[in-house]
Design a binder for this molecule. Structure first.
Ligand code: CUK
Ligand code: CUA
Length: 657
């Protein structure tokens, strides 16, 4: 199945080869001098670098020679960096950072009209957010399989959702709703990407108004938003999106049902105690207040019927521009059910066949396996053990599970392979536990370094996981890398999971924010473009720009709204190369890279004006700004594009007004 990895036999074969090399006299080589025999070289290198056989086996499974490409792409959230990180597997080479929630200068993202409009889509209370707390990327799916077309991701801090088009790896859209004030159960897609799920984490009055915290139980609420994805347009359609009000528990991770459970959505929660802190006011802190009950609630949502109800007259309210199904209506229509889940649950992960749900409790040592058939039976027969404060029916826990498996201290997230095994990250213990889904038996554990959060296996949350590779996304690195001061990178550890015993293959520091989740997709499912064709493409609308500039049609025009500069970039000059304006004039730059050669990217900057663009071949950008400082400002190309790159420059002259 995989030509790069070598199995157990491969390793012992290698050992024999190396042993033979050593006995052929390599050891008699003077220290530091390599034999000309290749086998001898390896043995000597091992000796010099103090590498074990396991190390060499790991190296051979990850080393990717120049020009060879990776088998998988991993799309990792960039955490506080607010950008998406694209990593090749098994090499663990970083291939790209994609600007998403944060301005990203290399791509000119957030420094021009097009990308500013994208970031502007995520304005909260009129303010553009310039950072994000990215958690969960979700690749678009067809029939429960990643299809390699789009990627969605959330910003927990500002309740934003972004759409990235994988045909060019560019963020096309950011949406947000002031209905909720944070999110965490996002983003998760339905098996055919009809909806992108976003659920709130910290309850607040819906719509974002003020209410005294003492009125928490009455006025504070959670909500889940179902953002409708329009695949033809490649954009979320807010008009066709809707939400459902939820009790003020802290909703956590979610997952969309698939196959057997398609059409249903599952959301964990903690703090069903509805504790809200106030330590200086004599209340318990949230961390203990929220951990009193033995059980929290898993939310089970009937999305198919919720969608129907959302379209019926009088069944919804509009809050902050979002159509919302109130809790009362959800109860009347039987759209929402709860079932107990052990203490402070975190991850909920549906098995590849869609028949079971794995829930792990942070303060529990077990993973709990719910049977969808049993849950559905209880829902259909209305077998409740009671209702919560808000009238939401609660299904009996004991009748809804198939069993539990003892995993270890602090189980969090679960992924699957192609052989019926599950892998669960164990945070406190710093291990990845492998277990059999069929007989709920622990198979083995792999130590990781340290405090693993999410794990991601190759296509490990789809209807047909690949096996092969798993990455442990460790929160702490401690002693793994050369010291870099008190703020340490995260440690991604690549683990081989093809054999019975897991094998640690590679440590990769990830020094830009705290990635939470990632998804790993077979590389051949993606087919990104090399250049924008024809030249003059607006990469946010994906249409030819009305301001596109052709060679020989460069010009400067004065219009009532300011000075329009129609400019082309080509190795190795900008045309025009002198721009004269008067102080106070508004400047509209329209720049097209007219090149159609692979990788012929130019950059454009005007010093002291905070203007920067990336001009990939065929790309068009517009930049609007006021020439509010008089002076002489060189502009130049910021990508080393040719031997005469330094000469690709000009002057922006601002005469006193
Ligand atoms: S969370 Cu970070 S380790 Cu946001 Cu998915 Cu679990
Ligand atoms: Cu164009 Cu450097």
């Amino acid at each position: 199945m995989n030509f790069i990895r070598i199995g157990v036999q491969g390793v012992s074969g290698l050992a024999l080869l190396l042993a033979a090399a050593v006995s052929f006299g390599c050891s008699s080589q003077p220290k530091g001098q390599l034999s000309s025999a290749p086998s001898g070289s390896v043995a000597n290198l091992m000796k010099q670098r103090g590498l074990s056989e396991a190390d060499v086996s790991a190296a051979l499974q990850t080393y990717t020679p120049t020009g060879k490409k990776d088998e998988y792409y991993t799309f990792a959230s960039g955490g506080h960096g607010g950008n998406l990180i694209v990593i090749g597997v098994p090499s663990m080479r970083i291939l790209k950072y994609v600007g998403v929630f944060t301005p990203e200068p290399w791509q000119g993202y957030g420094y021009g009209d097009q990308s500013n409009e994208v970031l502007g889509g995520g304005k909260r209370f009129g303010k553009t957010m310039t950072w994000g707390d990215m958690h969960h990327p979700a690749l678009s799916e067809t029939g429960g399989e990643y299809d390699g077309k789009f990627l969605f991701v959330n910003d927990k801090a500002n309740a934003r959702i972004a759409v990235i088009d994988l045909h060019d790896f560019v963020t096309k859209q950011i949406v947000t709703s002031q209905l909720i004030q944070s999110d965490h159960g996002a983003t998760f897609v339905t098996p055919n990407t009809e909806y992108v799920v976003e659920s709130s984490q910290y309850p607040a009055p819906l719509g974002g108004s003020y209410a005294p915290i003492e009125e928490y139980k009455d006025k504070y609420r959670g909500a889940v938003i179902f953002w409708k994805f329009d695949r033809d347009k490649g954009r979320i359609d807010p008009e066709r999106s809707f939400a459902m009000e939820l009790p003020p528990y802290m909703q956590d991770l979610s997952d969309a049902g698939k196959l057997a459970s398609e059409g249903w959505v599952f959301i964990n929660s903690f703090n069903t105690e509805m504790s809200y802190g106030g330590t200086l006011e004599g209340n318990p802190p949230m961390e203990s207040g929220a951990s009193q009950n033995d059980m929290d609630y898993l939310h089970i949502i009937d999305l198919v019927n919720a969608e129907r109800v959302s379209k019926e007259d009088g069944k919804t309210k509009t809050i902050a521009g979002m159509k919302v199904i109130p809790l009362g209506v959800a109860n009347e229509e039987g759209l929402l059910h709860l079932v107990g889940e052990p203490k402070s649950p975190h991850g909920v992960d549906i098995t590849p066949d869609g028949k079971e749900l794995v829930v792990s409790g942070k303060l529990d040592t077990h993973a709990t396996i719910y049977s969808w058939e049993k849950l559905k039976g209880l829902i259909d027969s209305k077998k409740y053990e009671g209702k919560d404060t808000y009238g939401v029916p609660i299904l009996p826990f004991k009748d809804s599970i198939r069993g539990q498996i003892e995993i270890g201290l602090g189980p969090l997230h679960t992924q699957f392979d192609d052989k019926g095994n599950a892998y669960t990250s164990v945070f406190i213990e710093s291990t990845v536990a492998k277990w059999s889904v069929k007989d709920l038996k622990l198979i083995g554990k792999q130590k990781v370094h340290y405090n693993v959060g999410h794990i991601v296996a190759a296509e490990g949350d789809t209807v047909s996981p690949d096996g092969g590779y798993l990455i442990a996304m460790n929160k702490w690195a401690i002693d793994r890398f050369a010291k870099v001061g008190p703020l340490l990178p995260q440690n991604f550890q690549l683990i081989g999971i093809d054999n019975d015993e897991m094998q640690l293959l590679y440590d990769m520091p990830l020094p830009l924010g705290e990635p939470h989740y990632a998804q790993m997709i077979k590389a051949d499912k993606l087919d990104p473009i090399d250049i924008y064709k024809p030249a003059g493409m607006d990469v946010v609308t994906d249409e030819h720009s009305e301001f596109a500039v052709k060679a020989k049609e460069e010009r400067i025009e004065r219009k009532p709204d300011g000075v329009h500069v129609y400019m082309t970039a080509v190795r190795s000059h900008f045309t025009p190369d002198i721009i004269r304006v008067k102080k106070g004039e508004t400047v509209h730059l329209h720049i097209t890279n007219v090149e159609q050669a692979h990788d012929a990217t130019h950059g454009f900057t005007i010093g002291s004006y905070n203007v920067h663009s990336s001009l990939e071949p065929g790309k068009h950008v517009d930049v609007t700004f006021v020439a509010d400082k008089e002076g002489t400002f060189p502009f130049y190309c910021t990508e080393f594009c040719s031997a005469l790159h330094l000469e690709m420059a000009g002057y922006f002259l601002v005469e006193p007004g």
